[in-house]
Design a protein around this ligand. Structure first.
Ligand SMILES: *Cc1c(COP(=O)(O)O)cnc(C)c1O
Length: 404
């Protein structure tokens, strides 16, 4: 379906040697690479129409404003949001989560409960812990099982009329597990709780439909969607965003300022204080066009092929254990070999041109669950190939031989 050779030629970074070996980039769960059209959009913006938006009547300002707002429409269409003002541009997933958590500090009371899962990125744990400290709300945790799947029976038991909010990631960055978010959302709504989905890890693989999911908040980062760093999206339902107090005060987010009283701007500007990452947002729109042209179904089915191919090869290695073997997974493989430290494997295979992530992947509770300090994580994108997986497997075999 996908022409991988053609696709690879769209990504200039892939065509290089690292330590005299062809680069094999398997750290896509941390950030993926950028196609030439995205790089060109960034150069074009700063070369031809850099100006501040929503403020000037001059031509460049209007060009920049139009391109910025066009990107918002692209994101709206991509996420199937009902209204474009439900799309708030942020600096990334972490910012989006903190924005909601900060607003909620004025909406929660002592004894209220909020629910996270054991499988979250730290950015979907720590802001809620801070929120609970501020408000006296109680944090409950959905446990996971040995396969790296969330326990839905336990989840349903945690829900009560005290529950105000549920925060779960769509896909785990450390394990690749795709969580049953539709069930999680539906159950929460039954008891009147709101749901925030951390979509950072899902975004590059699954096209999430805001209206079909009926989700309250969904956050993601452009840099995991072939866009630039420092840009993200917070989708919020209109009624949720209306009641959520603003996060930061400043320019652009106000209607009228006097020393007696300031009134806030309408959505989405109420949450977009200050000059945003204009160029980044525009380039993000271009990245979405690129990915949608390839087709998310095509991307997912090709990545599934890579996942099965690599899983089979890895399972054949003596002493290798994969963490996260959920039935529903994206192309992320977390593993260890015997008791070799993941850092040592990562360091050696880097010398052979292979880029993987090692460590706790900002998800220490998962590592605690398995009682390990960390894992080696290989994560694939649609521009990776089976030949690269072969290079990775032979590098891994060399490394484990040296280290055992
Ligand atoms: C990458 C990631 C984040 C953090 O995203 P930032 O862009 O660093 O804000 C949060 N959650 C998950 C699941 C992620 O994969």
């Amino acid at each position: 379906m996908l022409d991988i050779d053609k696709i690879r030629s769209d990504f200039p970074i892939l065509n290089q040697l690292i330590h005299k070996k062809p680069l094999v980039y398997f750290d896509n769960a941390a950030t993926n690479q950028k196609p030439q059209v995205v790089i060109d959009a960034i150069v074009d913006y700063y070369s031809n129409y850099n100006a501040n938006i929503h403020r000037g009547v001059h031509t460049l300002s209007q060009l920049a404003t139009n391109a910025f707002e066009e990107a918002r429409l692209k994101v709206k269409a991509h996420m199937n949001a009902e209204n474009s003002f439900e799309i708030i541009f942020t600096s990334g997933t972490t910012h989006g989560i903190n924005l909601v958590a900060s607003g909620y500090s004025q909406l929660l009371h002592i004894g209220d409960e909020v629910i996270v899962s054991e499988m979250e990125h730290h950015s979907n744990i720590v802001p809620w812990q801070m929120l609970c400290e501020k408000t006296g709300a109680i944090l409950r945790v959905i446990p996971m099982n040995e396969l790296g799947e969330l326990d839905m029976d336990a989840y349903v038991k945690l829900l009560s009329d005290k529950t105000k909010m549920v925060f779960v990631n769509h896909v785990s960055n450390a394990l690749g597990t795709i969580n049953p978010i539709q069930f999680i959302i539906d159950q929460a709504h039954k008891i009147g709780a709101e749901v925030l989905i951390d979509g950072a890890q899902a975004a590059g693989h699954i096209k999430a439909d805001m209206q079909a999911l009926d989700v309250d908040y969904y956050v993601t980062s452009a840099h995991k969607l072939c866009g630039p760093t420092g840009v993200g999206v917070l989708y919020g339902k209109e009624k949720c965003l209306l009641k959520l107090p603003p996060y930061q005060g400043g320019g652009e987010m106000i209607k009228e300022v006097t020393f007696e009283k300031t009134t806030y701007a309408d959505l989405p500007h109420k949450f977009e204080a200050g000059t945003p990452n204009i160029c980044g947002v525009i380039a993000f729109g271009v990245a979405l066009d690129y990915l949608n042209e390839l087709g998310f179904d095509n991307i997912a089915s090709y990545e599934d092929e890579l996942l099965s191919y690599a899983t089979e090869k890895l399972e054949a290695i003596d002493g290798l254990r994969i963490y996260g073997t959920a039935a529903q997974k994206t192309a992320v493989i977390s593993f260890n070999v015997s008791d070799i430290h993941p850092f040592d494997i990562g360091t050696i295979i880097d010398k052979l041109g292979i880029a993987v992530r090692t460590g706790h992947h900002c998800a220490q509770p998962i590592m605690n669950f398995y009682n390990i300090p960390g894992t080696v994580r290989a994560s694939f994108a649609f521009y990776n190939t089976k030949e690269e997986i072969d290079l990775f497997i032979s590098a891994l075999k060399r490394a484990t031989m040296m280290l055992s």
